[in-house]
Design a protein around this ligand. Structure first.
Ligand code: CUA
Length: 346
């Protein structure tokens, strides 16, 4: 519970940074909440509508059942002049049994048909040529994010352009898993979609307001299931283009951190991590080419600060117990060098 509260706080801080006008230019500065009742994308609007219909129907059932129960309790309660005899015992009323069989069946059929209608309406979305294509791969415990047509690879923070309802520019997401079953869920943008090994699932979003939207792996996937957070940064078209251009550049080659770069390349780091434009091309862990452009590390578990980067390299488990990256056991001096190198990857 405490952990959850703490993460929400971190999220709120991250979102404040994320939604300042500077970060999104046109962002409204509002801290978004992971609620299906605050939709910002077509599938999420449909889901809220459906949820309200279901709440309406079940609300009426609740009022009728609870009302009849309260009425029976009051009307037939024991009174002072009660003679203690049982009321007449009635067995097998055909009308009553038919009623409580047929009415619930009808209710379930109505709920089923309404739900099916919404599911098909969402899935029928035609693919527009101007749609952005993204591939998201679930890992224990982080999200790999690839833009195949843009040649961008990043992690845990999905950037997409805002979609104007008059000229929609939706984002189509292909979901894959590198290990176990995860579930992709950004409550304000779309429904949940399972991320299954050896199977490709598709989902789409068309966020209509710039800002930050938070999501979370929604299928238990091991120790750090709760530490598998996702941020969707919805940006104006210009800001998204700027972000994409920056992400497409190869890693900065900073002469000042030469020692750190050489050390990094000589360590096992490069078996798991990629830094584009260098010999590091591992795919097991997040791509670090533009590490410092992200708000968090460890998939939303901690903020991306120099101190946290250093502690993470020293011992990831101290910040995210169970994280699959091993403690690097570097000397203080080497730790400083590698940290300096990573901090230069902007
Ligand atoms: Cu991934 Cu839960």
């Amino acid at each position: 519970m405490l952990g959850m509260a703490w993460r929400l706080l971190l999220f709120a801080t991250t979102m404040t940074v994320l939604t300042t006008p500077n970060a999104t230019a046109g962002g409204n500065g509002v801290v978004q909440t992971p609620s299906i009742f605050a939709p910002a994308s077509t599938p999420a609007f449909a889901i809220r509508e459906l949820a309200l219909i279901v709440f309406g129907i079940t609300g009426v059932i609740f009022v009728v059942v609870a009302g009849l129960t309260v009425y029976a309790l009051m009307r037939f309660r024991r009174r002072r002049d009660d003679d203690g005899r049982e009321p007449p015992q009635v067995y097998g009323s055909r009308q009553i049994e038919l009623a409580w069989t047929v009415v619930p069946i009808l209710i379930v059929v109505v709920l089923f048909l309404v739900t099916a209608r919404y599911i098909f309406a969402i899935e029928r979305r035609p693919h527009l040529p101007e749609a952005l294509e993204v591939t998201i791969v679930g890992h224990q415990w982080w999200w790999e994010i690839r833009y195949p047509k843009l040649g961008i690879v990043t992690a845990n923070e999905l950037h997409v352009p805002v979609s104007d309802p008059a000229h929609p520019t939706p984002t189509f997401i292909t979901l894959q898993s590198a290990d176990v079953i995860h579930s992709f869920w950004i409550p304000q943008l779309a429904g949940k979609m399972d991320v299954i090994p050896n199977k490709t699932n598709r989902i789409w979003i068309d966020p209509q307001k710039p800002g930050g939207y938070v999501g979370q792996c929604a299928e238990y996937c091991g120790l750090q299931h709760a530490g598998m957070l996702l941020i969707v940064a919805v940006q104006s078209k210009e800001d998204f283009a700027k972000w994409a251009a920056q992400q497409q550049t190869p890693a900065r080659h900073d002469a000042e951190v030469q020692a750190g770069r050489e050390l990094f390349s000589s360590l096992s780091c490069i078996n798991c991590h990629a830094v584009r434009g260098t010999s590091a091309n591992g795919v097991f862990g997040p791509d670090l080419t533009h590490l410092m452009s992200r708000w968090t590390i460890g998939a939303g578990v901690i903020q991306n600060t120099p101190e946290n980067i250093r502690s993470w390299i020293d011992d990831p488990a101290s910040l995210k117990p169970g994280a699959l990256m091993p403690a690097m056991k570097l000397s203080r001096d080497d730790l400083d060098k590698v940290t300096a190198y990573l901090l230069a990857l902007r």
